[in-house]
Design a protein around this ligand. Sequence first.
Ligand code: XMP
Length: 319
Amino acid sequence: AWQPGNIIESLIERVRDQVGAGKVLLGLSGGVDSSVVAALLHQAVGDQLTCVFVDNGLLRKDEGDQVMATFAQHLGVKVIRVDAEDRFLSALAGESDPEAKRKIIGKTFIDVFDEEAGKLTEVDFLAQGTIYPDVIESAGAATGKAHVIKSHHNVGGLPEHMKLHLVEPLRELFKDEVRKIGLELGLPREMVYRHPFPGPGLGVRILGEVKKAYADPLREADDIFISELRNHGHYDSVSQAFAVFLPVRSVGVMGDGRRYEHVIALRAVETIDFMTARWAHLPYEFLDHVARRIVNEVDGISRVVYDISGKPPATIEWE
Ligand code: XMP
């Protein structure tokens, strides 16, 4: 029978065989796959592993601190945190096209990651959280079978000049197997069963031009939505949920005054494969509670809407 314990043993053995006394570099994103690779490699090769975590300023509320708490403080993994918010935001300034934003974020990530890698004196291997579906997807793309709808920069290859060997211990595993291994390795359940989060992060959840003044309220609204989903026991029954910042202004009244402020859209979907999805039929009382909290607690937001579009035709993300 498939036992996470046995699989871990054999994965660790394979990593040790491949890596020997070499030094391993891993880009840690906070997502399930790279997190499980970090925990696994830490068990396999300990201090030979160095992780680089790039904070692009487009992460969810407290995400950077949580990644550091889990890996650096709790597990004792060597993690270099790079605060690159300003760099990403200035690279994105003035750009409002979704695909162009994705490309800028992808390229800036590679640049920042490369620079950090270049500072490390010894690196022999680059570890990646590639899982079996990624292998299939990129094989399809290479033969032209897959219809590439969006540029998923986090499945990209190595920077050309980095002549490192790849370590991809999860290459033969499916997502549910990766999750079981993550739990067995001691990662928090919340992290292992977290909804997917796109590589470009809030960069594609702020419609049009990305600004810090938009990212901050979006993070607050998203955090209210997600923590209420958890509190009410809905988090695990939806496949993905998040808030979107709409840079349009709408009129609202607050006390004696009128406000002319921005709009937050809430999106929650149920799906098996993320290729098609139905909007989650969350209880009205729940949505009411979340909307009230957002308008009362988040500065600059006077209206909340709930997205009731299915995929197709609407994609899960708004950009
Ligand atoms: P869509 O919006 O295409 O989303 O229906 C399907 C799934 O893919 C995620 N997504 C992305 N993930 N980079 C990523 O790593 C991206 O550019 C990207 N765009 C969409 C989305 O969050 C959903 O889970």
